[in-house]
Design a protein around this ligand. Structure first.
Ligand SMILES: C[S@@+](CC[C@H](N)C(=O)[O-])C[C@H]1O[C@@H](n2cnc3c(N)ncnc32)[C@H](O)[C@@H]1O
Length: 199
C-alpha cells in the first residue's frame, strides 16, 4: 500500500479515539507566541486538522476565519461537528492549490511528519506561496531522521517521515522564511521539533 493511503486508512479507522491520545498534548504556549505575530482577525489554514480540536477551534474562538484540510474523511467529518464555524475539506497537504497570499497563518500540527520527507521542501514552498506577507507558519516534525512504520499507533498501522531538526531548519530557511522559534519540546512523553516561522 502507498504511504499516503496507509496514513489515510489509519486515521479513517482511528477516528474519535484519537482525542483520548491527543488530550495529553498541549500546544497553548506556542499558540500564544503565534498569536502575537498575527493581525487581530484573518485567515488561518490548518493543514492536517484532524478532529479540528484543539487547533482550528482555538483560532475560531480568537475570531479568525479558519479552513481545515485533512487527508482522512473520518477526521473531516468529526471536525465539521466539533468546529461548525470553520470550513473543512478533504485534501492532501502536499497537493494544496489555494490561491497565493490566501492566509495569515498556516498550521501543520503533528501532521507534516506523515508526508514523505522528500516532499517536505515542496510542501514548505507551497505554504510560503499561500501565506500573505509576514504570514506565520507553525508546525512540528519528529526529532529523528528517517522513515518509520508502526503497527500499533492507537491500534492501526502508521507511517512517519522526517529529516533531522538541523536539516528541517535549513529547509525552512532556504524556502525564505524567517525563523522566530525553533525548539525540541517534550509533550505527553514525546519529543517533537517545533518551528514558528514568518514569511
Ligand atoms: C496526529 S493527527 C494531528 C491532528 C491535528 N493537527 C492535531 O493537532 O491534533 C495527524 C493528522 O494529519 C492528517 N494527515 C496525514 N497526512 C496528511 C496529508 N498528506 N494531508 C493532509 N492531512 C494529513 C491525518 O489524517 C490526521 O488527521
Amino acid at each position: 500500500m502507498k504511504k499516503g493511503n496507509l496514513v489515510k486508512k489509519g486515521y479513517d479507522e482511528i477516528g474519535s479515539n484519537y482525542m483520548e491520545y491527543r488530550d495529553l498534548f498541549s500546544n497553548l504556549p506556542e499558540l500564544e507566541i503565534v498569536l502575537k505575530h498575527l493581525p487581530e482577525k484573518g485567515n488561518v489554514l490548518d493543514a492536517g486538522c484532524g478532529t479540528g480540536l484543539p487547533i482550528a477551534k482555538f483560532f475560531v474562538e480568537k475570531g479568525f476565519s479558519v479552513t481545515g484540510i485533512d487527508i482522512s474523511e473520518t477526521m473531516i467529518e468529526l471536525a465539521k461537528v466539533n468546529v461548525p464555524e470553520a470550513k473543512f475539506f478533504r485534501s492532501d497537504m502536499s497537493k494544496l492549490d489555494f490561491p497565493e497570499l490566501s492566509f495569515d497563518c498556516i498550521t501543520a500540527i503533528y501532521s507534516m511528519f506523515h508526508v514523505p520527507k522528500e516532499k517536505h521542501s515542496s510542501v514548505l514552498e507551497n505554504f510560503y506561496r499561500m501565506l500573505k506577507p509576514a504570514g506565520i507558519l507553525f508546525f512540528c516534525l519528529g526529532t529523528h531522521s528517517g522513515d518509520s512504520y508502526g503497527d500499533d499507533f492507537i491500534g492501526v498501522e502508521m507511517f512517519w517521515s522526517n529529516y533531522s531538526p538541523e536539516k528541517s531548519l535549513s529547509l525552512v530557511k532556504e524556502t525564505g522564511f524567517l525563523v522566530l522559534f525553533d525548539e525540541i519540546l517534550e509533550k505527553g512523553d514525546e519529543l517533537h521539533y517545533w518551528i514558528i516561522a514568518q514569511k
